[in-house]
Write a protein that binds this ligand. Sequence first.
Ligand code: S6P
Ligand code: ZN
Length: 208
Amino acid sequence: MLTQPTSHLVSPAAGTLENAGRTYRKKLSDLVGLYADEAAFDAAAALDGDRIVYQVQDRAPAQSKGDLIFGITQMQPGRIGDEYFLTRGHIHATGNRPEIYYGEAGQGLMLMESPEGETRIIEIQPRVMCYVPPFWIHRAINVGQDALVMTFMYPSDSGQDYGVIAQTSGMRSHIVENAGHWKEIPNAAYRPRTAAQIQAIYDSGDSQ
Ligand code: S6P
Ligand code: ZN
């Protein structure tokens, strides 16, 4: 049975995708443990825990291998201490699945980390396409004054593994505000992956 073609108007200003299959939001109180400054996080969450940090709308036409999931992420501007608002971040559970992000509005970063702990940063702004290659942990960060809106697409059999970041007590770097600009600083709590943990990530790819 053929799936029918569909059309989805992207609204960069509203940060929405027409005819999405699902919408979810992450509030400040959902994002415990992500920020370096725990005291600043606790204070912000106590004051405004229901504040929406980001919203995702996506559509997954089919689960079958070879199909695509596509959608939009809208992130609010803000900081916890000097650290910019960010997404939880993950690696694809089937590790060798890539992803494309495309800037629609605002100014952001895609912070990526290899299993061995190297980081790469791609700056995202409207009309910039960012390729997240297989096996890279990825997290979006809003470093601007306005909402950051990005569309994305990835293979439908990718899945998301969020534990990979908890495993090392956070990503290797934090992105903080410094004299009006973003700056990458080391995460002091970071514990590098063991050789066995690195191998397990590569083994999660289903290359044939
Ligand atoms: C999924 C893709 C996006 C993110 C979304 C929220 O592979 O990368 O749909 O899920 O940007 O980020 P996160 O890290 O909370 O899933
Ligand atoms: Zn992803």
